[in-house]
Design a binder for this molecule. Structure first.
Ligand code: BMA
Length: 334
């Protein structure tokens, strides 16, 4: 299953150089880790305390990204990075600065957990933006050099703003997760629509927490992947243990035309903190996916995730095997 040269499940472009490593022999896992994780260490640039929940996209002959770097003064900043192969990254030492005509919006304080997507004719970046509280910032760039900041999507408090890669019924659409001022002990995923990426409304509920690993809160991860079977959404789910939050990753299939309708959703997690770099760090026991790269021709998917709020990891899956698993391991509590 998977790995066929003529896979037609993903609706989207090919990405021949998608990072890839074969599934280790003997594993039953649907998602497996890159053996040389972490791919970006906490000290990859001089100012960084930690580099983790980050966004990557195909760019020119290779890849570009916007990385969450918390500095040694513990400010949450975004840094641009470039890579020829999606694995070896060179990050800018200075944080991203945004251009904005409106000085009220253009004052960047702090930002984190970016997502990036090619939409229409440019790359859009969304992130958790600090503007009198946490909300969703949006900017666009053509070249990952100049970034133009737009209006924040919502009033605080909201996190995990994730744009879809195309309009649906003539509207731009974004998944998001309303939250609170702190570490938010609750959280459902919502779907919001906009005619212009500035005014957001027509909100729809997508899904609530579920049993076990996703019982406290959930939030959308990478940009949804369009497939013949629906929008494939990786998401994080949080369990509250006696030792604090534990962040794992699952996946759902959303209806293609009405994506707030969940068709299938994993009962077991796909990835949970189990390696040393996921269990030990500034915030132990966290896997937090924010980006994926996929190749429609082969069905290969590479998932980028923050590990223990400290380093960046990479994991892999095959779209057909994954969709089959989601369908067989879904339950009707959705
Ligand atoms: C969430 C966000 C993420 C972080 C996670 C675990 O609320 O702040 O950036 O990875 O908590 O600390």
């Amino acid at each position: 299953m998977g790995g066929k040269l003529k896979n037609m499940t993903i609706i989207g472009p090919t990405c021949k150089n998608v990072p890839w490593e074969q599934k280790p022999k003997g594993t039953h896992d649907i998602v497996w880790r890159y053996s040389k994780n972490p791919i970006v260490g906490r000290d990859a640039i001089p100012c960084s305390n930690s580099i983790f929940n980050s966004a990557v996209v195909p760019f020119k002959d290779g890849f570009a990204g916007v990385f969450r770097c918390d500095s040694k003064s513990r400010r949450m900043q975004l840094h641009t990075g470039f890579s020829p192969d999606g694995i070896h990254w060179k990050l800018e030492h200075d944080p991203v600065t945004f251009q904005c005509k409106d000085p009220e919006i253009g004052v960047f304080d702090q930002g984190y957990d970016p997502r990036a997507v090619w939409l229409d004719d440019r790359f859009y970046i969304t992130w958790c933006n600090v503007y009198h509280g946490y909300t969703i910032g949006i900017a666009y760039t053509y070249d990952f050099k100049t970034y133009h900041q737009m209006e924040n999507a919502f009033v605080p408090y909201n996190r995990n703003g994730v744009l879809f890669p195309r309009k649906i019924k003539d509207k731009y659409v974004m998944l998001n997760r309303p939250s609170d001022t702190g570490h938010t002990p609750f959280g459902d995923i919502f779907y919001s629509q906009s005619p212009d990426l500035i005014h957001w409304g027509c909100h729809r509920h997508v899904m609530s927490p579920g049993p076990g690993w996703q019982s406290t809160k959930i939030g959308p991860g990478p940009v949804p992947i369009e497939t013949k079977e629906g929008w494939l959404l990786f998401y994080h789910g949080v369990l509250t243990s006696c030792n604090g939050f534990v962040y794992s990753m699952g996946a759902a299939l959303l209806d293609l035309d009405e994506p707030w309708k969940v068709r299938y959703r994993t009962v077991p997690y796909l990835l949970s903190p189990q390696t040393l770099y996921e269990c030990v760090g500034d915030v132990p026991n966290v896997v937090f996916p924010c980006a994926s790269l996929q190749d429609a021709a082969s069905g290969r998917i590479a998932i980028y995730y923050g590990a223990a709020d400290t380093v960046l990891g990479l994991a892999f899956t095959y779209v057909d095997e994954l969709i089959d698993f989601i369908k067989k391991n879904s339950k009707h509590w959705i």
